[in-house]
Design a protein around this ligand. Sequence first.
Ligand code: PLP
Length: 395
Amino acid sequence: MFDSLPVLPPDSILGLAAACRADPNPDKVDLTLGVYMDETGLCPVFDSVQKAQRELVSQEKTKVYMPPTGDAAYLSGIRTLVLGAELEDHLGNRVSAVQTPGGCGAVRLGAEVLHAAASETTVWVSDPTWPVHIPLMGSVGLQFRTYRYYSPELQGLDFDAMLADLEQASPGDVVLLHGCCHNPSGADLSAVQWQQLGSLLAERRLLPMVDFAYQGMGSGLDEDAGGLRSVLASVPEMIIAVSSSKNIGLYRERAGAVIFIGGDDRAAEAMASQAVAAARRVYSMPPAHGALLAGRVLSSPELRQVWSLELEQVCGRINGLRANFRDALVTATGRDFDFIVRENGMFSFLGLSVEQAGRLRQEQSVYMLDSSRINIAGLNGRNISRVVEAVVSVL
Ligand SMILES: Cc1ncc(COP(=O)(O)O)c(C=O)c1O
């Protein structure tokens, strides 16, 4: 049966990370993958998570399946983290949530619910967007169109073009938004732009689906949630795909949640029930370990405080690296690299061509995506000058 089954090439991002691992150059630099790395180049376990893990392991009595909707403490912690206590309270039972295997699982279950509600709907995605969005949501059967977003000429968001394109959307279409720390560009909407977008979504009766994978890694936990919260002041419905991979550092544990906001309590219940049924068709119950850890971290005042401080440090380090990298590039080239400090989170486009990104890999063992998207958190005190020299060599 499988004799002529084609062997597929590796995923573009994972393939480059694998090429970097195989590179024997001891000075190689991996700026490909979207994982946070500390000053030593390690993707660390948060101390708060370690502590929760020790408690969990010593107290855990069963490995029985999780409930289909997931761990109640985790879901409650995530809802409040994302919506804020006040808005959560205001929305009441119009909010439901289902635990998922990571943010990918959340995006997928959100897409399943969209498809169940309106199989012909069009999902508008930013140009560019995270390359996994379309395969992840498209395999459910949804259609896509793109709206202009990042402009290489402006070295940032082209908000007018974004609005102009979304004016073309039909009522009932879905707009996929990055809640903060846009992947791949790092270019986010300002608070005022989020409000303007909220008005447009309401006027044109478009449904926002927010991919929220980096809360707390741009400007802070509440600051990063400000955009989606402000949109919720204008629109009655929303789907939010949450990942605990980055901000709680649970990547391999696959912890995430999809939050549904319905026009009324029944709609919120229906959306969650559809998500649970979709999960049952694919993987049944969500994984336990990561959500149980995050649930403990979010619900214990002591662990929660340790975690918030740790996350603030992560965010501060990324922003510090942005400033250092900008300064070093300006000193080396005399050109303007201010866009690096205007952007949020781990990603930035360096504005290099595919050919230049290829040369950086081949000649300098500095690995970035063909689009020249780099993971800022892959920089550190030991490699930053080498990366700057390498970039200058191909400019
Ligand atoms: C924009 C975006 N959404 C969602 C995810 C999903 O994250 P995970 O499934 O690892 O939790 C990622 C991970 O890189 C991402 O960058």
